[in-house]
Design a protein around this ligand. Sequence first.
Ligand SMILES: [Mg+2]
Length: 231
Amino acid sequence: MRNIIINNKQLLFLVENIKNKRNLSEIASLNRLILLDVDDTLLSPQDIYIYRQLPTDDEEITLTPHEYSKENVTPETRQYYDYRDFEDTDTIKNSIITGKPIVANLEIMDDLLTRGYKLGILTARGMEDTVFEGLKDFLMYKNKAGDLIKIGDRLSRDLVFAINDIDRVKNLAGTTDFEKKAEVIKTLLDTFDQIIFIDDDIKNIKAIKEMKRHLPDEEKNKLYVMSAKEN
Ligand SMILES: [Mg+2]
């Protein structure tokens, strides 16, 4: 399968192309969503770790979320990973509030927000309420005039999906994080006319593209999948 990852320029071309084919009131009435991953997409989280002790590890290994994303975690090996930091509300909130912004991806967000897109979050974290609160504090966006402002009501609680949240996970059939992410996106396609999904993890990108491949054409054409930039 050929893996096409569109870049920002191509993405904007697609958006412009849609613009040319429709009149302005039609565009304004479109319900469009930019859906972003959190860790290593919007921000590099600080002071939060995953701990690994595989049968082959002599001692517990501390991994950053970025290092963890490169691990080959299967349903069989998941038991050797400890996610205790992700159960502590203060650690979670601080990891987001003190996170290092990844400007290249935030610029795409700014651009699409000024074009009238709604903002959604799709993360493999748990504790959805805490993630929402942390992001409310962390996220700023540049308006058309170039002023940096707090995200405020642009981030709405009902568009924040933390797929390993204890309540959220009850309604998901998937076992891996990428399956769960694909499931959420599939559901959102019922509500939105267009979704642009951005994530740094190639496993997620691949899974969403695979899900997209099996969608009916009308749904397929609504979904754009992009790899996050590293900086
Ligand atoms: Mg990520």
